[in-house]
Design a protein around this ligand. Sequence first.
Ligand SMILES: Nc1ncnc2c1ncn2[C@@H]1O[C@H](COP(=O)(O)OP(=O)(O)OP(=O)(O)O)[C@@H](O)[C@H]1O
Length: 623
Amino acid sequence: MQRTDKYKQSQSLKAKINQFFTLETTEGNIIKEAPPVPVKEIFSRFWPFTKHYRKWLFFGLIFIALQPVASSGTVWLLQIFIDHVLDAKNLTPLYWIVLLYFAFSLAAGIFSFLGTFTTNWVGQKFVLALRKHVYEHLQSLSLHFFEGRKLGDIIARLTGDIASIERLIVTGATSALSYIFQLIVFIGMLFIMEWKLALISLIVVPLFYMVTRYFSIRMKMASRERSRRMGAINALTEENFSNISLMQAFNQESNESEKFHHQNLAAYTAKMYKVRLKSVFTPAVSLIETAGTLTVMVFGAILLMQGEVTIGILVAFITLLKRLYSPVRGLSRLLNTIYSASASAERVIEYMEEEPAVTSDSGVMIENDQPGIIFDNVSFKYPNKKRNVLSNISFSVKAGETVALVGASGVGKSTILKMLMRFYEPSKGFIYLNNYAVEKVNVQSLRDKISVVFQEALIFDGTVKENIAYGKPDATDEEIIEAAKRADAHEFIEQLSDGYDTNVGQKGRNLSGGQQQRLAIARAIIKEASVLILDEPGDGLDGSTEKRVMKELMQNTATLMITHNLKTAREADKILYINKGELNEIGTHEELMALNGNYKKLYSDQQGDDKNSAYVMPKLAAE
Ligand SMILES: Nc1ncnc2c1ncn2[C@@H]1O[C@H](COP(=O)(O)OP(=O)(O)OP(=O)(O)O)[C@@H](O)[C@H]1O
């Protein structure tokens, strides 16, 4: 009976120990795991970012290497002090021993300062260069990349993950080299002092390796989980607080808080697992060290008795041994850091491997300002979708012409605009802008020729002036005011507290929807591009303003416009009725009405809606 109890107890203890060394993960990680990358590859990938600073890194390393040399000099002096001053009862060498001891310590301090400062400076330069590179790479990625990612996680990778790569590539690598150098110096000195003791002291090295390996593998797992959960926390925070009005209006605070807590708890669990590992690792390493020192003490005492070593050598040896274990411990700790940092590196590499959908630097420049758009038999499929979203679309927009894209929601209208701006490439067919094949032109030059007003006004945190001048960064104040007047925005801007210098708040929250829309239109006007793209631009405007402002916008351009409001569409020179990704009907309002097809049905439905609407009278009055 007693034996079964003991057995049960030992089993439950084993289970507890197992649990202690196991990472508990929960479901629902909203961030996908990045593909694993070997440490060697991580290193060769990021090492080039130290390119301009290798000379300094080299100097840093020399300083780091000189520091243990200087400090082991003090150990040598200790031995001389014991054997030649204390044991020999002779004070004569004391004077220069003290002087040299101080000089060695001072030199060690100076080398330590120079080494630490230089390598950390290079480390920060590395972060600066890598972060810039990744940021610019992200800018070149397709819209599709961003549509499938969480902004908060992108921010986490750009900040925390990049900083931790530095701990691997610069401070990590230099520390590793410095530890290795210290080991060589100390081991060399140990062998010079007493080779038998030196051999004995190295007995524990394989133990160091085994323990470190056990811990570092687990540390990497924990770091991967922690980085992903931190990404998820960032993503949820960004999503929730940028939609705070939605969350509050729908009373979703507790639901969202629950989701946040789930990710937060998982990050905590991963962190605590790391804490458990670290808290066992440090004393485990100390124990191995003690075992090594004790072995040396026992054998050293025997050798002393046999008269093979002096007390001075034994004391100096044990002192040096303590110093030898310090870089060994450092290397073990470093292995953990390297594995943790490589989890971050994998997340950054995942983004770096993303190919820009469109290579922006190459291609011909559009040299003319002869407005025109041609779609020639264009088909398109989103990368993650099975079926075509657009099939065999052909149409043209000439200079001064306005073409309206109409059709039910989700039929592919915005996709046509995205293709013209080359956010996506057609899977079949050709697109021309100002008579240039879009696929062959330089993307920046293409987008220079296009003015766009998006469905969502897209205002950024800054002043009214800055938001308008985004369309022409070198615009003068007069040009900005002129554009605002043409967009019917000047009046309301003048009434703002600081006029054109008023800050509009994040995403333009201090302005009404219509005011934001007018700013977006002024931004499009000031650009004076030859092609104009409008995605439901009149949504935030009332009828009369819409007509007047549109006229201003469309002067001398080829205009492609999406609208659900068929009263706006009927003003266009041509209307394209899109149905399930196909161009179903094409013609003027009158032609399409005469066709008696889908367009007419949609138009009649809208008219019916208007008649039944309680707002018919005020709306008509406004026009
Ligand atoms: N990035 C994307 N990845 C995958 N599918 C997408 C993506 N963007 C849009 N779609 C899909 O492509 C189809 C066409 O979308 P699009 O935005 O072009 O429609 P739309 O006609 O402009 O709709 P709306 O009038 O509602 O704005 C939709 O079924 C949509 O779900």
